[in-house]
Design a protein around this ligand. Sequence first.
Ligand SMILES: [Mn+2]
Length: 333
Amino acid sequence: MTVAAAAVWPRLEDVVDPIRRIVADADQITCLAHKDADADSLGSALGFAQALRAKGRIIRVVVPEPLPRLLEYLPGFEMVETGGAPLGGTVFTFDCATLGRFGERRAEVERAGTVVNIDHHLSNTGFGTINLVDASASATGQVIYRLLRELGAPISPAVATDLYAALFTDTGGFRHENTTEASLRLAAALVAAGADPGWVALKSYKSRSLAQVRLEGMAVAQMHSEMDGRLLWSEVTDQMLEQAGADMQDSEGIIDALQSIATMQIAILFKEHTADRTKISVRSRDPIDATDVCTPFGGGGHRRAAGAEFGDPLPVAERKVLEVARRLIDSAR
Ligand SMILES: [Mn+2]
């Protein structure tokens, strides 16, 4: 169950002064994206970091392992660290709803002196010292843009490009239901500030490797359809990765093929990370909430896109999740 907690979050104007003080006083600031970082999380972190660097602050950008190499087009990507030095005393987090999103960095976030949690997930648990959560924002990048403007930080073409990529991809190229007047107006402002929409679209959706497309072909070819096509699911196994010459990062995008089918109410991609570690990506259409498929297993996300991680082998995870999905579709009839 998602709880309508949005009203209790402090507003931007209530937290901007404390954030301004934190930025001014910190010896070093670490910008932390979530594991399996997407362009919203990492683009927000990189955009924020570069804007504050321009103000002379010492900033690091850290991502839990592994390095998300598909995002190397984001301006500033060369500053991204995985592993290495521990997080500093002041940590900003981007697009992370729960502490579970930090993977092996979780304990460090819990120990950090000050955590500024910036996000747009309704399900955010408010783990920060300061929480700037706006569930009405289409992307965390949108929240970052407003914050940077309030802080009087410059929006350079590099910052604009990172935030545009965040907004563009979290709205599925301005096709998802979270595309709003505000997000389209922000897109125009970011283009005015130097983002190139054609280039970001090329890098986001038209720069795939052969291995990625081959892997998608395999996953689509063996897709399962149940309940008159309402439930669509497939899997990526270790063996498929080997056959396609791909790695798990290349499975990005397969779920989009599944969710493009007209009858779809729930689409699920099961990913075999290790023999006893499975991850799922879930998409849904009305009246089904994708988070309802994932929260029973400790996952979460948004109404239309969610995920979860299991300490189970692939077949076990499939059995558990498909049971929940079938029940949700049954009760939605
Ligand atoms: Mn996001």
